[in-house]
Design a protein around this ligand. Structure first.
Ligand code: XMP
Length: 507
């Protein structure tokens, strides 16, 4: 197990992902919440930070339990921190130390740089620089502009680098992490999807025993993988509830329900479409629509969970990015239940004990774990889909008729993407029904019908996104199909806005 001590760098999660790519388990902790028991950690990585070590309010934790006791890799701020407080000199740099650089010197015979040659590209991002090394340190590497790009402390396994091994632009970054973690610190590379499944299933069995667990399935990757893990551990004691809010994609409720049943899950499909549509009648404000859907979901889920007699646990598909404590957080650990569930008083099911089998996994690891358990590729590769579903893709108020129109349009678009082999190139796609009628002509008749917008974006986490340059031929065919086949639509437009400043959804 490897500890990553976070000083607030935007790249900290990336360090964790690189380490996990080496099949090594690691955890991120904020620098001001050092775990009491450090004995389980075989190596510690100190992250970068937006602070200058010379600033008074910069992170200055006591590392006496770590430094010299376990192998340490100090990155960027970490490297400067060790230098600043151990007799070195850190000052503002007067040359450019952002972006691409190349190693111009590497000390011979160091395991740390084994397999990495002079000229190797590294990525810098700092405004301070280490002018003088700390006491008892020797230089390991330089670039043309940065004399002390890497150093090591004598008589202890403490390594420091001013560049970022975690970013892709540092060509040999992964090799460097491997040299440090595997060859120097001797950490075992045993964190694989199979081993995760094996240990998690054993832990779940132990923790839950014969008690009943309730889980809300959404059709998405996280809840599905969580369900399959729990099913492996406790079989029929897992009670899954899959709610149809009437705002899902065309045929989605039935086909996903059938897939779940095919996987042997104990799942109950609850069709509450009418209840959701009633609660939305006449409402056009996006946030009020979200709230109404959240409220009805809680009511339906609460009713259903009461039908599972004597349930003791609520399972959730929470993943690691949702639980990593952020350095700037002042309060306690982050809430694990999404805000759209927190409306009104606490429903009974929220008083259950919570189990979150995926809480240590990144999204790509969830997919790999799912694949190792044999969940089919199509289910694992599904685009994200918002909880409020088509309700936030129908601008303005919602009616059953509008939902039906949008379902048809969306199905033509999504099936087209699949047929043209474009689906996996796109991170998320969907259609929006606009509150706009426009004039058209079909045959000899003038029409005055709805307009739909198609949206397809590339992204890694949904925080930023760019529109996808879909082939004109595909757009042309899709537009024709939609206008010819979907009654009530006579115009199709393609959304070419990036996020920011636009968002992915239109509401
Ligand atoms: P935006 O529109 O904010 O969307 O760029 C970013 C990602 O979040 C999804 N999204 C939601 N998911 N409830 C959800 O569960 C919501 O209310 C909601 N709003 C947006 C959106 O689909 C995209 O993946």
């Amino acid at each position: 197990n490897v500890l990553i001590l976070d000083f607030g760098s935007q790249y900290t999660q990336l360090i964790a992902r690189r380490v996990r790519e080496l099949n090594i388990f690691c955890e991120i902790k904020p620098y001001n919440h050092l775990p009491d028991d450090l004995s389980e950690y075989k190596a510690v990585i100190l992250s970068g930070s937006p602070f200058s070590v010379r600033a008074e309010d910069a992170p200055h934790p006591d590392l006496s339990q770590i430094k010299g006791k376990v192998p340490v890799l100090a990155v960027c701020y970490g490297a400067q921190y060790l230098a600043h407080f151990n007799g070195g000199n850190v000052s503002p740099s007067n040359t450019r130390e952002y972006g691409r650089a190349n190693l111009s010197y590497i000390k011979d015979g160091e395991l740390f740089f084994d397999g990495i040659s002079e000229g190797s590209q590294v990525w810098m991002s700092h405004s301070d620089t280490i002018k003088a090394l700390p006491t008892g340190a020797y230089k390991l590497a330089s670039t043309h502009d940065v004399e002390n790009a890497a150093y090591k402390l004598e008589h202890e396994e403490t390594y420091a680098i001013q560049f970022h091994p975690e970013v892709y632009h540092t060509t040999d970054g992964k090799k460097l992490l491997e040299n440090f973690l595997v060859r120097i610190a001797g950490v075992a590379q045993t964190w694989t999807p199979d081993s995760f499944v094996e240990t998690t299933v054993a832990e779940l069995k132990e923790k839950i025993g014969n008690e009943k667990v309730i889980l809300g399935l959404s059709g998405g990757v996280d809840s599905t993988v969580a369900a399959v893990l729990l099913h492996k551990a406790i079989g029929k004691h897992l009670h899954c509830i899959f709610v149809n809010n009437g705002l899902l994609r065309k045929n989605e409720f039935q086909s996903v329900l059938d897939q779940y049943k095919g996987m042997g899950l104990n799942v109950k499909g609850v069709d509450a479409s009418a209840r959701f549509l009633d609660s939305l009648a006449g409402e056009s404000d996006p946030e009020k629509k979200r709230k109404a859907i959240g409220r009805v979901f809680i009511e339906v889920f609460d009713d259903e969970s009461h039908l599972v007699e004597d349930a003791k646990w609520l399972a959730q598909g929470t993943i690691y990015p949702d639980v990593i404590e952020s350095v700037s957080a002042t309060g306690g650990p982050s809430a694990t239940i999404k805000s759209h569930h927190n409306v009104g008083g606490l429903p009974d099911y929220m008083k259950l004990k919570v189990v979150e089998p995926l809480r240590m996994l990144f999204k790509d690891e969830v997919r790999r774990v799912g694949a190792s358990m044999g969940i089919n590729k199509e289910l694992l590769g599904r685009h994200p889909f918002p909880g409020p579903g088509l309700a936030i893709r129908i601008l303005g108020d919602i009616t059953a008729e509008k939902v039906a129109i949008l379902q048809e349009v969306d199905a033509i678009f999504i099936n087209g993407l699949k047929e043209w082999g474009l689906y996996d190139r796109v991170w998320q796609a969907g259609a929006m029904l606009l509150p706009v009628n426009s004039v058209g002509v079909m045959g000899d008749e003038r029409t005055y019908e709805k307009c739909v917008a198609l949206r397809a974006v590339e992204s890694t986490d949904g925080m930023t996104a760019d529109w996808v340059n879909l082939p004109y031929e595909f757009l042309q065919k899709t537009s024709n199909d939609i206008i010819n086949k979907v009654r009530g639509v006579n115009r199709v437009v393609y959304d070419i806005s990036s996020k920011p400043p636009a968002t992915i959804e239109w509401e």
